[in-house]
Design a protein around this ligand. Structure first.
Ligand code: ADP
Ligand code: MG
Ligand code: ZN
Length: 638
């Protein structure tokens, strides 16, 4: 009986800025200074130590030697320099220095000796250009390496900074969220007010010797405002807010997470009073298990470190640790012991009044027309969480913008609700045969739902495909809020789920793949009836499931098989089979009895594509359904 509500998430308020990077800013400024210095030295040496004398052709040099115009000569590896007797004009100055490129001339020394010229050999001792010759390429590669290294360790504080916490630090005035920004979770808000009081005036509490809660765990379905509430606590108390997400701890190196935790708590202690908020605590706080394959070593080390830090922490210093999770059942029990997350605050999906309040908050930034009735929208959005409602307002605004309207009207909200409930309307050409099959399939669901006992009245049938893989749907609106389901209701539910496939069988004598989702859900319900609810006489009042179901998530988690014998497994399978077969028989009976009406409805549906529940009931000769304004989950059948 799960609804098909998509649970869109929008970003929590506030930026995603991270603290300053510990490493990886500039890789050693001094390195660059050193490099520049070398370069300057090299240039200087080239300028000053290279004699800026007159450059002579070798032949002229030879002539000068012969004519006795040269007094001294230094013979180098590649060049010869020396001094002349009489200065010559070089550029715009007089110089007696000269250089010439050395030519292989074995007779040169003889001639120099003959003329009595002082000569000496010279090795190239200008080391700097040589040094630079190999240093520069080296530096170049170091530079490139440094660049990539920084990229790797850069923005996210990666490789080199793994030991530092990625906690985002919000300074006092940075948290702008207040309790007024959170609606529909009044009880949670009241409980958290106490935490705010404590953070504001810790003395008042500690003087009386009271023990302050160390850890507050916010539990509830996704999108109900847990993260928002935690930020609001920091905002109201005007204290720094250290927040990080449990999933950030899932690192590849063992020990990194633990180091982070240590670091985080150190930072927090320095800034007390403050709040440390660990979002998605389940990612890190999953129960420690003995696993035959692989190890969860990293996560366990991190968790152990967290437990140790929480124990070693003195809450009188004014650091409150908050956590949030939508899967409290998987948390390690050690986390929930006194002195740790000993206080749990339920942040549940809002009721109709709460939804109205949340809508009020979110329509503030949107221009709505006078006809928009938030009360009505709240009534139509049973099962929506705060994030869904925020998304709904946004979606409505987008629809209005697309239609070039200046205000968001009731129609946009209506369409946005349908869109969110059943996915996006799909415009695609479909074969006539497929349309017919879908029409019969949906009619099957709708007719069984209207006739069988204990299901919510059909609100709308549609064969306009929506979203990915959804070809048609039947919308049910609840008339009352149900917390318990009777066995008969579940059996009815199963018959309705199988109604689609059954109608195909009866109308075409052929079946299609369109019932996959129905069968999945039917099997789920039947299995739960046998294994969890003790509704099978054959197997009795035993819970065979062993596992805890996710409390706040609609989706089924991959489950390990419960502890039962092979024989029991066979019996369970047989019972599930029996329950489903019975439901199929019920659907077949209803649809065969009403074959003509089924045809009428399917034909009509092919014409109009969308049929209201009342028209359906008129064709079936049933009374109109009572007006729908109640709580509960909007159900969609595909
Ligand atoms: P959770 O942490 O429970 O999954 P978030 O706090 O991240 O949910 O909620 C996401 C967004 O949805 C919020 O930023 C806010 O815009 C909106 N929202 C959720 N719950 C509420 C609420 N109770 N009141 C107002 N806005 C809400
Ligand atoms: Mg959250
Ligand atoms: Zn179906």
């Amino acid at each position: 009986m799960s609804s098909n509500n998509p649970t869109p998430r929008s970003n929590p308020k506030g930026g995603d800025k991270r603290g300053p990077l510990p490493f990886g800013g500039r890789p050693g400024l001094s390195l660059w200074y050193g490099l520049a210095l070398l370069l300057v030295l090299g240039l200087a040496q080239m300028y000053w130590f290279v004699p800026a004398g007159k450059t002579l052709p070798y032949s002229e040099f030879k002539e000068l030697v012969k004519s006795g115009g040269v007094t001294e000569v230094f013979v180098g590896d590649t060049a010869i320099r020396g001094t002349l007797k009489t200065p010559v004009q070089s550029g715009n100055r007089q110089t007696s220095d000269f250089t010439t490129t050395r030519v292989d001339d074995p007779k040169l020394t003889e001639e120099l000796e003959a003329r009595g010229v002082k000569y000496s050999g010279e090795t190239n001792n200008r080391w700097l250009p040589e040094l630079l010759g190999w240093l520069l390429p080296l530096l170049f590669f170091v530079g490139i390496w440094g660049f990539f290294f920084r990229r790797m360790s850069g923005a996210e504080g990666g490789v080199m900074s793994f030991a530092r916490s990625k906690a985002k630090v919000f300074a006092d005035d940075e948290v702008k969220v207040r309790f007024d920004d959170v609606a529909g979770v009044d009880e949670a808000r009241e409980e958290l007010r106490e935490v705010v009081e404590f953070l504001k005036t810790p003395k008042k509490y500690t003087n009386l010797g009271g023990r302050i809660p160390k850890g507050v765990l916010l539990v509830g379905p996704p999108g109900t405002g847990k993260t928002l509430l935690a930020r609001a606590v920091a905002g109201e108390a005007h204290v720094p807010f250290f927040s990080l997400s449990g999933s950030e701890f899932v690192e590849m190196f063992v020990g990194v997470g633990a180091a982070r935790i240590r670091d985080l708590f150190q930072q927090a202690e320095a800034k007390a009073p403050c709040i440390v908020f660990i979002d998605e605590l389940d990612a890190l706080g999953k129960a420690r298990v003995q696993s035959p394959v692989g190890s969860h070593e990293e996560r366990e080390q991190t968790l152990n470190q967290l437990l140790a830090e929480m124990d070693g922490f003195d809450s009188r210093k004014g650091v409150i640790i908050m956590g949030a999770t939508n899967r409290p059942e998987v948390l390690d029990p050690a986390l929930l012991r006194p002195g740790r997350f000993d206080r749990q605050v339920l942040v549940d999906k809002p009721d109709v009044k709460g939804r109205e309040d949340i809508l009020k908050i979110h329509v503030k930034g949107v221009k709505t027309s006078a006809g928009v009735d938030l009360k009505l929208i709240a009534a139509r959005t049973a099962g929506f969480a705060g994030a869904d409602l925020a998304n709904l307002v946004n979606e409505a605004a987008l629809l209005a913008a697309r239609a070039d309207k200046t205000e968001v009207g009731p129609m946009e909200f209506e369409n946005a609700i349908e869109r969110l409930v059943a996915g996006l309307e799909r415009k695609r050409v479909m074969s006539e045969k497929d349309r017919e099959t879908i029409a019969y399939h949906e009619t099957g669901h709708a007719v069984v739902a209207s006739v069988v006992e204990g299901t919510y009245p059909v609100h709308k049938i549609s064969i306009v495909g929506r979203g990915f893989g959804v070809l048609g749907y039947t919308l049910h609106l609840p008339t009352e809020e149900r917390y318990l389901s009777t066995r008969r209701q579940l059996q009815g539910e199963l018959a309705v789920l199988l109604g689609g496939r059954t109608a195909e069988e009866i109308a075409f004598g052929e079946i299609t793949t369109g019932a996959q989702n129905d069968l999945l859900r039917a099997t789920d319900i039947a299995r739960a009836m046998v294994c969890e609810f003790g509704m099978s006489d054959e197997l009795g009042l035993i819970n065979y499931d062993g596992n805890k179901r996710p409390k706040f998530l609609d989706i089924a988690m991959p489950q390990e098989r419960g502890l039962y014998s092979e024989q029991t497994a066979l019996k369970i399978d047989a019972e599930i089979n029996r329950i489903i077969t019975e439901a199929h028989a019920t659907a077949t009976r209803i649809l065969t009895e009403r074959r003509e009406q089924v045809d009428t409805i399917a034909k009509r549906l092919l014409d109009v594509e969308v049929m209201e529940g009342d028209e359906l009931r008129t064709i079936l000769g049933l009374p109109k359904a009572e007006p729908v304004l109640a709580e509960g989950t909007v159900e969609v059948r595909q």
